[in-house]
Design a protein. Structure first.
Length: 241
């Protein structure tokens, strides 16, 4: 995926002059703390990244009425979904009465555990190539309807394609451009008629890097599938008819 032409020129020039690299990094760190600089950076480098049409959460299914949020220490970790996105995810899963849930990207399994306590009758399968120890994982190991699979989602295609389809899929794995496209295309094969796919981190990241290319990747997938951004969240969604 071609980079923003201005950003590409900056990187090419800076790579030839090490002092420029250090100066750019200092400016970047300062702009993270300064709202005006952050807004300017977004204007220059993040413009046009979020191109999907939007949809309101209430268009995606009935309200759940109530949800449970798991609270275990540590309360926060770097890769956990923000509260607003967690509320959306759990409300959709419970409101739609999901029975087969697939998660790509377990991390410390807080989201997996939250899905389990809000959809106690659902079969939940979660994939991750790393195993990060946590109290959430230990609790889930006692649940017969939860399968924490330490494996590559993409490399497990032959297994997944033989299983029953999933009515609720949450993708929050690698955010690199190629990986998001590959995960998305496999998920589209696995989602059941009437099911839903939810992507996390559809957002500008202030400083566009290869580690966060969800917007660019979904723009490609959206050429053949009706993917929409969910208002007031950092999630995108696809509803299979």
């Amino acid at each position: 995926m071609p980079e923003n032409s201005i950003l590409k020129k900056v990187r090419q020039t800076a790579s030839a002059f090490p002092p420029l690299i250090q100066g750019y990094r200092s400016l970047r760190e300062f702009s993270k703390r300064d709202p005006l600089m952050t807004a300017l950076y977004r204007k220059l480098f993040d413009g046009g990244r979020l191109t999907l049409p939007s949809i309101a959460p209430e268009k995606l299914g009935p309200a759940s009425g109530s949800i449970q949020l798991p609270v275990l220490y540590p309360l926060f970790a770097g890769e956990d979904a923000p509260l607003i996105d967690m509320l959306l995810l759990l409300n959709l899963a419970a409101g739609r009465k999901a029975q087969r849930i697939l998660e790509v990207g377990t991390y410390r399994a807080r989201t997996t555990y939250a899905l389990q306590i809000n959809c106690p009758s659902a079969k939940i399968v979660s994939y991750d190539i790393q195993v990060l120890d946590s109290e959430y994982r230990r609790l889930l190991c006692r649940q017969s309807n939860v399968s924490l699979r330490h494996a590559s989602f993409l490399e497990s295609r032959d297994t997944l394609i033989l299983e029953d389809k999933y009515d609720f899929i949450f993708i929050d794995g690698s955010h690199q451009f190629e990986h998001v496209i590959e995960d998305s295309m496999l998920a589209l094969e696995l989602v059941a008629p009437g099911g839903i796919i939810l992507w996390h981190d559809y957002r500008p990241n202030d400083y566009a890097t290869e580690a966060l290319r969800v917007p660019e990747a979904l723009a490609i997938v959206a050429k053949t599938h009706q993917i929409k951004a969910i208002t007031n969240t950092t999630c995108a969604v696809y509803l299979k008819e």
